[in-house]
Design a protein around this ligand. Structure first.
Ligand SMILES: [Mg+2]
Length: 330
């Protein structure tokens, strides 16, 4: 059975069956011409949209349907986390090839709804269309944040310390593993690639405690994130390569295929960690995020007045230019 055997109404009701009851702030949800939402009191709204496309952002040959759905939502939640926002609601827009098996459709939807339910996010509506092109899942996510707690990329100053959450390189290694060995391979790197974890709790705590002066999520690699903060803030950044929290299993994978692990981890995408800066005097404000964020936060560099982006291999060696991150349009 494929999705083309169902009407749009039937597919929508298959989505609805997987959703919890609508919250009180949603007087009109799925099933009308548009959704009606009551704004959250004393909060600003944060909007983001991101699509995942078969053949570009995932490969159906080794990505289970539920993982596709999970990723499509997680990448949006990661953007909200980087703004210090609490996710509240999402709109789904799915473009489905006619030959998509109905079981895969249900699996994709379950990946979305399970993550949404776990994080207390309402699916308030969306759109379904048939496409002659690749499977595409486009999600609009809306979060809320107090005005004083918004995190942006633009607040770093020379002297600010640079931190990263969790570890880097695992997702890129996991993708490499899947591309070589196919769908059967399972390890922590593959899991990090298939089911990225948006760092919502650390993002919220960094915003709430006003600990971070700038923040970005790592979708296209640490090198790319460094560049984004540097550009938006008008600073340079020097990264201490020896301090980088490269995932040990990823390091092992990169070395096994003859790549320099730190370089590969810096350039590899899909980590969805947070890269942020902290004023030296305000390091104490990191405490709550350190204790309750659920992931380690590692100091990896410093912002400079000189606009250069540099990688310092060891304190004894010379600084080298920071390599480029992953780019989609090259
Ligand atoms: Mg982002």
């Amino acid at each position: 059975m494929t999705v083309s055997t169902c009407t749009e109404r039937e597919l929508i009701s298959r989505i609805q069956q997987q959703l919890p009851p609508a919250p009180a702030w949603l007087p009109v949800g799925i099933g009308d011409d548009a959704a009606v939402v009551e704004p959250a009191r004393n909060r600003l709204e944060v909007f983001t949209v991101d699509a995942v496309v078969d053949g570009v952002h995932f490969d159906r040959r080794f990505t289970p349907p539920a993982a596709i759905g999970h990723r499509a939502l997680a990448v949006n939640l990661s953007d909200l986390a980087a703004m210090g926002a609490q996710p509240r609601l999402v709109l789904l827009s799915l473009a489905l090839p006619a030959d998509l098996p109905l079981a895969d459709f249900d699996g994709i939807v379950s990946g979305i709804t399970q993550l949404a339910t776990r994080e207390g996010i309402a699916v308030i509506g969306g759109n379904l269309t048939r496409t002659p092109g690749p499977l595409t899942i486009d999600i609009t996510a809306v979060g809320t944040v107090k005005r004083r707690n918004v995190l942006t990329r633009g607040g770093a100053r020379p002297g600010d310390l640079v931190y990263v959450s969790g570890s880097i390189g695992a997702a890129a290694a996991g993708l490499g593993w899947l591309q070589r060995d196919g769908a059967g391979v399972a390890n922590t790197c593959v899991e990090r690639y298939l089911r990225p974890i948006a760092r919502l709790k650390p993002g919220l705590l960094l915003g709430r405690n006003r600990a971070a002066s700038a923040c970005v999520d790592l979708s296209d690699g640490l090198a790319d994130g460094v560049r984004r903060i540097a550009e938006a803030s008008g600073v340079g950044i020097t990264i201490d390569a020896s301090a980088l929290p490269v995932d040990p299993e990823a390091r092992h994978w990169f070395e096994s295929i003859g790549q320099e692990a730190t370089h590969a981890a810096i350039c590899g995408g899909d980590d969805y960690e947070l890269l942020f800066t902290v004023r030296p005097r305000q390091r104490g404000r990191l405490k709550a995020a350190m204790l309750h964020g659920g992931v380690p936060l590692t100091r990896v560099g410093v912002c400079t007045a000189d606009r250069a982006l540099l990688l310092q291999a060891t304190p004894q060696t010379a600084q080298a230019p920071l390599p480029d991150g992953f780019t989609h349009f090259r």
